[in-house]
Design a protein around this ligand. Structure first.
Ligand code: PAF
Length: 257
C-alpha cells in the first residue's frame, strides 16, 4: 500500500516514523509517468530500504503558461502504477505547501544555466533548481534519482548538491527510449501517431549528423523546428519543436580521432 502524503508536515512525520535510519530513495517527478520514470523507481527499489516519489507539477519552471496547462495531470493513473511497483510513499504537495514564500526566494546558477535550455527557456532553471533544493531538503533521502535525458538539468542538480553541501547522493540513470530511438517523455503523449513516427528522426539525426550545423539543416528538412543542436564535450544536445510539442534529447557524441 502506497501512502499518499500531501503536506510537508505529513511527509516529515512519515520520514521520521517509517524510514528512520533506514535508507531512502527519492524520485522527484512532475507526474505524467512513463517508462523512463519507472526505471528510476525500479532502480531505487533495488538500492534502498524505502522509496518515495514526489509528484509536483512545478509551475515556476514553465516559461510558457500553455506548456504548463498542457502537461499531463494524471495523478490517479500515476499512483496506480507506483502502487503496483511497491513504492512506499508518494509526496504530492500543493503549490502553497512548497512555496510558502510564493517564490520570493529562488536559486539561480550563473553559467551553465544560461545556455542551451536556459537560453531558450528564460527562468526555467531558476524554477528547477529552486524546487529541487526544496524537494531534496524535505525529501531527506539517502539517494535521489534523475534521468540523463535532461542532461543539463542533471549537471545543474549535481552542482547544486555540491555547492550547498546537501547530504544526498545523486544517481544518474540512462535515457529510456522507444524502439524507434525516441527518448521517452511525458510530452510524447501530445504527439499524433504521425508525429510520433517522425519524432524518432530527431535522435537519428543527433547520432549521425557530421556537425551541429548539418544536424540543424537535417532536422529542418525532416519537418522539425529545431531550436538548437550543440556539441559539448562528449555530448551532443538538441531541442526541437514538432506539432507544437517541444522535445529535447542528448546522445554520446562520436568525436573524430
Ligand atoms: O525533471 C523533472 O521532471 C523536473 O524538472 C523535476 C526535477 C521533477 C523538478 O520539477
Amino acid at each position: 500500500m502506497t501512502t499518499v502524503l500531501q503536506t510537508v508536515e505529513a511527509y516529515r512525520s512519515w520520514r521520521s516514523e517509517t524510514v528512520g535510519t533506514a535508507s531512502l530513495g527519492f524520485i522527484p517527478t512532475m507526474g505524467g509517468l512513463h517508462e523512463g520514470h519507472l526505471e528510476l523507481v525500479k532502480r531505487s527499489l533495488v538500492e534502498n530500504d524505502h522509496v518515495a516519489v514526489s509528484i509536483f507539477l512545478n509551475r515556476t519552471q514553465f516559461n510558457k503558461q500553455e506548456d504548463y496547462d498542457k502537461y499531463p495531470a494524471v495523478f490517479e493513473e500515476d499512483l496506480r502504477v507506483l502502487e503496483e511497483l511497491g513504492v512506499d510513499a508518494v509526496f504530492a504537495p500543493s503549490y502553497d505547501d512548497m512555496y510558502p514564500d510564493d517564490y520570493r526566494y529562488k536559486i539561480s546558477e550563473s553559467q551553465l544555466s544560461t545556455e542551451l535550455e536556459g537560453e531558450h527557456r528564460p527562468g526555467h532553471f531558476d524554477g528547477v533548481l529552486t524546487v529541487v533544493l526544496k524537494l531534496l531538503m524535505v525529501g531527506n533521502a539517502t539517494r535521489a534519482y534523475f534521468g540523463e535525458k535532461d542532461w543539463q538539468q542533471l549537471q545543474l542538480v549535481k552542482g547544486l548538491v555540491e555547492a550547498f553541501f546537501l547530504p544526498v547522493e545523486i544517481v544518474a540513470c540512462p535515457t529510456i527510449r522507444e524502439e524507434s530511438g525516441l527518448a521517452m517523455s511525458s510530452r510524447n503523449r501530445r504527439l499524433s501517431a504521425e508525429g510520433l513516427q517522425l519524432a524518432a528522426r530527431f535522435n537519428q539525426v543527433l547520432n549521425t549528423a557530421e556537425s551541429e550545423e548539418a544536424a540543424m539543416v537535417a532536422l529542418s528538412a525532416a519537418g522539425f523546428e529545431p531550436e538548437y543542436v550543440a556539441d559539448r564535450g562528449d555530448r551532443r544536445l538538441g531541442a526541437v519543436v514538432l506539432e507544437g510539442v517541444r522535445l529535447i534529447d542528448n546522445v554520446e557524441r562520436k568525436v573524430a580521432r
